[in-house]
Design a protein around this ligand. Structure first.
Ligand code: ZN
Length: 151
């Protein structure tokens, strides 16, 4: 799965989740990628995007859109929201919330001081950039991460 930083023609920034670059282009060309602020479908990619692999995630953005598309081609946004909540649930079930310790934990795993495991937490912009420069892979999530751990 790929996370793209996107912006509409009015420069509202947001993130989109796609199965592949072709998936993004196809969805955009069909008008399925919509600015959450103003509803514009004139969307462009910004900068480069982090690439992550969530393994066997049951829900991708494409799955969500397909599940929410009605026979007449209209998208049911209530269903789309449900599907995205399913994705958030998957993240919760497969990661441990480490809060402000995110950078420390990510480094410890990257440098072999700790076993690899899925974590979610918070990092400010400078810290996130430093992690990327160190070659540590992570992704920004399009929903709050500080919900309780499932386990
Ligand atoms: Zn917009």
């Amino acid at each position: 799965m790929i996370v793209y930083n996107l912006a509409c023609n009015q420069h509202h920034p947001f993130e989109g989740w796609f199965a592949s670059p072709a998936d993004f282009e196809q969805q955009r060309d069909r008008g399925l990628v919509e600015c959450p602020v103003c509803g514009s479908t004139q969307i462009e990619r910004k900068l480069h995007a982090p690439r992550i692999n969530t393994g066997a995630a049951p829900v991708t953005r494409q799955d969500a859109v397909e599940a929410a598309t009605q026979p007449d081609g209209e998208i049911d946004f209530g269903q789309l929201r449900e599907a995205m909540l399913g994705f958030a649930q998957h993240v919760r079930d497969n990661t441990e919330y480490v809060g402000e310790r995110f950078a420390d934990e990510a480094r410890a795993m990257h440098y072999g001081e700790k076993e690899h495991r899925g974590i979610r937490g918070r990092a400010d912009r400078d810290t996130a950039e430093a992690l990327r420069e160190e070659g540590i892979e992570f992704a920004s999530l399009p929903f709050p991460v500080d919900f309780p751990n499932a386990h």
